[in-house]
Design a protein around this ligand. Structure first.
Ligand SMILES: [Zn+2]
Length: 99
């Protein structure tokens, strides 16, 4: 993990991320840049390791930039990066008679 990586990106091994637009006029603070985020504007919701109670509101641009840097991996991306993942997948495929 680089020193530049934001705190938000280091707290969870993977993130569930989806688009959001709130109808209530609240203001959040983006965990990626620390700037204010009006909830009524289109933005992103980030769930650390899928935990919906711990959701964070983030600017769409900030999420896209972090993803471009290789941060905020999805569950599938995180799993693929684990040691032995290929071997495990191969084992189950062979068990089911797949190639
Ligand atoms: Zn931001």
């Amino acid at each position: 993990m680089s020193r530049r990586a934001s705190a938000a990106a280091t707290k969870a091994r993977w993130w569930e991320i989806r688009g959001a637009q709130n109808l209530k006029p609240s203001t959040y603070r983006c965990p990626l840049c620390g700037e204010l985020l009006p909830a009524m504007r289109e933005h992103m919701l980030m769930f650390p390791e899928g935990d919906h109670r711990a959701r964070r509101h983030a600017h769409t641009d900030c999420v896209l930039r972090a993803r471009a840097r290789g941060e905020l991996p999805t569950l599938a991306e995180w799993e693929r990066a684990q040691p032995g993942f290929r071997e495990r997948v191969g084992f189950w495929r062979r068990l089911r008679g797949e190639r």
